[in-house]
Write a protein that binds this ligand. Structure first.
Ligand SMILES: O=C(O)C(=O)C[C@]1(C(=O)O)C=C[C@@H](O)C=C1
Length: 381
């Protein structure tokens, strides 16, 4: 099923970021010898079973032939053997995939999906939770999710959701969001009394909006603000949104590139049900999440596993463990410490021995470790 236009997917929201809820989601059918170490980590589960245990009925050529799959085939129509390149779907691949995103058509998240997959069919969703569920329920093939931006940093809600869902990061997209001031046709800037948009877009054009001297109103997404102003014929209201939103909702662009920082960038993750096979022929990044026991220098020691192998970290984020917020009670039952989850992105592929040994070393000191994804780095804007 695919949703078009302003139909938006929605489900009830329920989630906790407790790692103990995670169920093993070991990758199946990727049983080549050099993949194992890393793929066991995708589950975040310490108990390890062999891949063969999970794959009792492996497809074999004999099975296919006995089912007649290879009968009556001329040489030219024989299927080509799969290669790593076939299994690794990278952004910029033009296949018609369905991509879920939060917001209405014309939002920056949709623009990010179209940047990664120019011919994709986009699936608008109401909430971030729905963006994940659309992929989990096979309504979409992949999801695009904003994770951080250059003006206010991490989008914390999405870090939490990455952990309580079991999708894998398979790519990243960096988008320079050019923010525009839009209004109904015929309306001039001086007539505006208020401007509606996503809180992040409003915050990122603070200098411009302060000069205008208008009130600001938060809306769920930039394109939603454009649709609201257009469909209600609001003559006193402007919108901060994309040029594409202006076109879709019939608004005029009163000012272009109104963001305070001309190089304002949002980084999005591309998520899928299965991980991609890590490679070494292009630069790869790996994202992980782990917990640490309490003690002096534990984070220092955890980070040293990367430093000692010359692995560059590009991001570190900590989030409270909501289901287990406090640890180390003293004799009077007073909690002494907050418990945290640490999210790290590092510049190495899980196909590299140095990344595998770093994670092996880290695993020795962590009660919980999960690989969220290993994916090609976006190297251009
Ligand atoms: O509202 C949108 O258009 C979005 O795609 C969301 C979002 C965000 O979550 O930060 C993405 C980029 C823009 O800078 C503003 C908002």
């Amino acid at each position: 099923m695919a949703l078009k236009g302003s139909a938006v997917l929605t489900w009830g929201d329920s989630c906790s970021n407790n790692p103990s809820r995670l169920v093993s989601n070991r990758v199946k059918n990727l049983n080549t010898a050099n993949n194992f170490v890393c793929f066991d980590w995708f589950s975040g589960n310490r108990a390890t079973k062999s891949v063969e245990d999970e794959n009792p009925a492996k497809p074999t050529i004999e099975n296919h032939v006995s089912k007649g799959l290879y009968q009556d085939l001329s040489l030219t129509s024989l299927p080509k053997p799969l290669t790593v390149a076939d299994l690794t779907v990278t952004p910029n691949n033009d296949t018609k995939v369905r991509i879920s995103f939060k917001g209405l058509p014309g939002s920056y998240s949709e623009e990010a999906a179209l940047k990664a997959y120019p011919k994709c069919e986009t699936v608008p969703c109401n909430e971030f939770e729905d963006v994940f569920k659309a992929v989990e329920l096979w309504l979409a093939d992949k999801a695009v999710l904003p994770i951080e931006n250059s003006s206010s940093g991490s989008i914390h809600r999405n870090y939490d959701l990455l952990l309580c869902h079991r999708l894998h990061i398979m790519g990243e997209v960096q988008l320079v969001s050019d923010l525009c001031l839009l209004a109904l046709p015929g309306i001039r800037t001086e007539q505006l009394k208020r401007v509606l948009s996503h809180p992040q877009a409003l915050a990122s054009s603070d200098v411009f909006l302060s000069k205008l001297g208008v009130a600001v109103e938060n809306v769920e997404d930039t394109a939603g603000a454009a649709q609201y102003v257009a469909s209600n014929g609001l003559m006193d209201a402007g919108v901060i949104a994309s040029a594409r939103a202006a076109e879709i909702y019939g608004l005029n662009i009163l000012a272009n590139r109104v963001q305070d920082d001309p190089g304002y960038i949002t980084r999005f993750l591309v998520l899928a049900r299965d991980p991609i096979i890590p490679r070494i022929d292009v630069p790869f990044k790996t994202s992980i999440v782990f917990t640490l026991d309490e003690g002096p220098g534990v984070l220092f020691k955890a980070l040293a596993v990367f430093a000692s192998r010359e692995i560059n970290l590009t991001k570190i984020e900590s989030r409270p463990q909501r289901k287990k917020p406090l640890s180390a009670l003293d004799n009077f039952g007073n909690a002494k410490y907050f418990d945290y989850l640490f999210y790290i992105d590092f510049e190495a592929s899980m196909a590299e021995p140095r990344a595998q040994s770093a994670l092996g070393h880290l695993q020795e000191m962590t009660p919980f470790l999960r690989v969220l994804g290993c994916y090609p780095m976006e190297t251009s804007l």
